[in-house]
Design a protein around this ligand. Sequence first.
Ligand SMILES: *Cc1c(COP(=O)(O)O)cnc(C)c1O
Length: 427
Amino acid sequence: MNTEYSIETKCIQSGWQPKNGEARVLPIYQSTTYKYETSDEMGKLFDLEKEGYFYTRLQNPTNDTVAQKICDLEGGVAAMLTSSGQAANYYAVFNICEVGDHVVLSSTVYGGTFNLLAVTMKKMGIECTIVDPDSDEETLNQAFRENTKCMVAESIANPALVVLDFKKFAKVAHAHGVPLIVDNTFATPINCRPFEYGADIVTHSTTKYMDGHAMCVGGAIVDSGNFDWTQYGDKFHGLTTPDESYHGITYTDKFGKMAYITKATVQLMRDLGSIPSPMNSFLLNIGLETLHLRVPRHCENALRVAQWLESNEKVAWVNYPGLQSNKYYELAQKYMPNGTCGVISFGLKGGRDVSVSFMDHLKLAAIVTHVADARTCVLHPASHTHRQMNDEQLMEAGVQPDLIRFSVGIENVNDIIADIEQALTHI
Ligand SMILES: *Cc1c(COP(=O)(O)O)cnc(C)c1O
């Protein structure tokens, strides 16, 4: 693939490269297994001595082709798909952490990621220290320990919409000899490519804008190839010392810049098995073809909606990093000057009950758990995703009781605003 192509061209042309006489459109390799002429040939694949497909739990041509497109979009050296965004974040961390290790985690990450690290991985003996992403360098530095193996954050936090100061985080992570892992789900590579600002590993919930049509749950991990695992002795020993489950190969020796993704594929995917179906990858690829058209429209519409809300007297507050009044406007201009995302949050005067009543009167915007697809949708975290918490706990989690998460779609923005306007007349 021509790496000089612009991002729009990569959305269409990266990935599937048919040879003479082959299908123009990416085929769905709906096959669990692959045929070989000799037993010896297949044996070499099991030893990782030869490259090739043998079982779809490890690799599948449809899945790999779509991973390659996402790799090109992010400007990485290697990528893999997973069955969900949760699996992507789990593998990204677990690939370099084991019992006794430690992770530094931004406090504003998606609730699922927070639970994964603070609750479930804790039970596996991997601890994490939660940091406020707005802290200064000195405070962030204090969170690191000798056994820290990575730092994890989101480019735009879901649903807090905190924009990451990438350079600050990368500097701190690298000063402690660990990679920065950034979940780039909300910004997408159309608006922001974290590798350009020092991130080492990028993860995605492809379920959101990449798929874009709320069809398939999926995830991806991309490696920049920039982090030198061998520079820190045995710290990343899973990558830099022999793997007995593969006859003693050492990933960094044998695979160089491909080491991290190769290990995550042949070890974690082999043993944990969170693969996407080839059919889902095919659908994801169709979503990716229009990502560069949809994302700018989402942002344009979201800005218009946010501005309209800001000027409405029934609205108590609006949070959207594209608004000049927003705390993160400057950071957003620095790291994602073309736009942030299509998700905004706001509260109505009168609080929680008014917010709920407003939502019930929306006609075009649908109440769903999902976020970030073509259709405008809405969620009230205090009644839904954070339902078990009382008002005090909600505030601690950074979720105001009246917070409405509004995911602006790509319908005509006048219709979206008209829907909000009519719903507001009922409260
Ligand atoms: C949705 C989401 C996830 C989890 O992804 P799933 O595909 O739902 O498993 C992780 N990170 C972010 C930022 C998300 O928005």
